[in-house]
Design a protein around this ligand. Structure first.
Ligand code: HEC
Ligand code: HEC
Ligand code: HEC
Ligand code: HEC
Length: 182
């Protein structure tokens, strides 16, 4: 029986490992969400949770509620897919105040501000005819997809006979922001 006595410490160790494993399994079951790993190494319901979060930007539909004329102007046009925020800022404060003003005539809606030339601007609502806004999407740069609607600015202005090609607002001689058709 001496050989068995010599292995006793190993059995204790095995017992300890088994208990630790059991505790680990119980704790893991309690902590890991039930739908983790069902479709990969993530929690499946996280997708729905994120979708349900309020958007950082008001959606175009929020703007449409009060600016139906703009919705109509853009309907079916090439720019219908371009979100208001690209050209007017995110407008959160504008929406908040406009909604208050709807029910309370004493609330004033501040006029749009000038754009400060920064695409990460903190200006809440702006109206601008600055060509840089248009060119942020349309200026031909290396690597743009073949089919993307792009222009070589100097060539385009020359070709179309812009009367003030150096003006910041030159694009608006021929295009609108809502209905871009020349
Ligand atoms: C609750 C109603 C309401 C909502 C929602 C709303 N607006 Fe307005 N907005 C107004 C009113 C009222 C005015 C001022 C009168 C006007 O010009 O029609 C205005 C004015 C503006 C102007 C012109 C400002 C100026 O000084 O020339 C712009 C641009 C604008 N809104 C963009 C937006 C955008 C973009 C959104 C969505 C993020 C939006 N609005 C959402 C009611 C609203
Ligand atoms: C590609 C840029 C662009 C997009 C996208 C855009 N706008 Fe505009 N918007 C302009 C420009 C430029 C003006 C100024 C036009 C002018 O003064 O002739 C303007 C003017 C306005 C005005 C002032 C009144 C008017 O009609 O002139 C409102 C209100 C407005 N936009 C709302 C919106 C809303 C709401 C959306 C989204 C549904 C939107 N815009 C999307 C460029 C844009
Ligand atoms: C956020 C990106 C974006 C901005 C900013 C933008 N556009 Fe566009 N523009 C588009 C997209 C997308 C289309 C559609 C392209 C397509 O379907 O191939 C388009 C189409 C056009 C077209 C072709 C119109 C047609 O009927 O085929 C013109 C012209 C145009 N934009 C002018 C402008 C002008 C002027 C401005 C500035 C006021 C501007 N764009 C700002 C994305 C943008
Ligand atoms: C003098 C008038 C004029 C000016 C100024 C002008 N355009 Fe155009 N633009 C046109 C015309 C006309 C067309 C249509 C050309 C065609 O279909 O061949 C056009 C077409 C476009 C297109 C579509 C190109 C394509 O491949 O379908 C874009 C994008 C565009 N312009 C953006 C701009 C921008 C941005 C500015 C300002 C930097 C600007 N345009 C200035 C007249 C002008």
């Amino acid at each position: 029986m001496t050989s068995f006595r010599d292995t006793r410490h190993l059995w204790r160790l095995a017992g300890l490992l088994a208990v630790a494993g059991l505790v680990g399994a119980v704790v893991r079951a309690a902590l890991v969400p039930a739908d983790y790993g069902r479709s990969g190494p993530y929690r499946e319901s996280a997708l729905a949770d994120n979708a349900a979060r309020p958007s950082l930007f008001p959606s175009d539909a929020t703007c449409h509620a009060c600016h139906d004329a703009v919705r109509e102007e853009r309907a079916g046009k090439a720019h219908e897919v371009v979100r208001c925020a690209h050209c007017h800022g995110h407008g959160r404060e504008h929406v908040r105040l406009a909604e208050l003003a709807r029910d309370d005539a004493s609330v004033a809606i501040p006029a749009a501000e000038p754009w400060d030339g920064d695409f990460l601007t903190r200006v809440d609502l702006y109206v601008t005819k600055d060509r840089r806004v248009c060119l942020s999407c349309h200026e031909a740069v290396v690597g743009m997809p073949e089919g993307f609607t792009k222009i070589d600015v100097a060539a385009h202005l020359e070709e179309q006979g812009a009367s003030e090609p150096l003006s910041r607002e030159t694009c608006f001689e021929c295009h609108g922001g809502h209905d871009t058709a020349p």
